[in-house]
Write a protein that binds this ligand. Sequence first.
Ligand SMILES: NC(=O)c1ccc[n+]([C@@H]2O[C@H](COP(=O)([O-])OP(=O)(O)OC[C@H]3O[C@@H](n4cnc5c(N)ncnc54)[C@H](OP(=O)(O)O)[C@@H]3O)[C@@H](O)[C@H]2O)c1
Length: 167
Amino acid sequence: MKNPAINIIVAVAPDLAIGRRGDLLFHVSADLRRFKELTMGHPIIMGRKTFESLPKGALPGRRNIVISRNRDFNAPGAEVFPSLEAAVAACSGTGEVFIIGGAQIYSQAIAVADRLQLTRFDRTVAGADCFFPEISADTWSPTACSEWAVDEKSGVRYCFETLVRQK
Ligand SMILES: NC(=O)c1ccc[n+]([C@@H]2O[C@H](COP(=O)([O-])OP(=O)(O)OC[C@H]3O[C@@H](n4cnc5c(N)ncnc54)[C@H](OP(=O)(O)O)[C@@H]3O)[C@@H](O)[C@H]2O)c1
């Protein structure tokens, strides 16, 4: 069966930070909306810690797949696989999948991803403890880039960018 196209979806600060103390850096409603639009109907693959950070558990309307070395990990509404490779293999025959984090899973997935869906924030956060790997311009070409906008609630500026792996 055909392998799915692998998307990474992530929101990064200028220093590529993505999280602090198990939570996101910013909760920007436009970012959460875009996340929902892009991932809805597609399998989402995440690390065990990211699954545990979801405020209401498994995300509806999507096949939730969790990666854990603990075969007995209880993930209501989700399936558990022992590796990224096994998780992606379980999605063969599907058009595309979304890798939704966190840092450990992104660092493994960037080598095999076809597309990056980035949200860029213009602000760093002191004490950030999780980072996205380097996005090499030799490997990744931007294909779409939104204007910068301001999140009214937090004041943080953000934009959306799509990058594809160079052939
Ligand atoms: N900004 C964003 O877009 C974004 C998106 C998602 C998450 N985040 C943030 O990222 C942080 C969480 O990231 P994290 O790196 O700490 O954790 P994570 O990647 O979500 O999960 C790590 C866990 O995944 C499992 N795992 C990792 N590699 C594995 C492998 N090769 N084989 C089997 N299992 C494997 C292990 O689970 P077990 O310990 O159970 O074996 C490991 O403890 C949070 O702060 C979260 O808010 C940010």
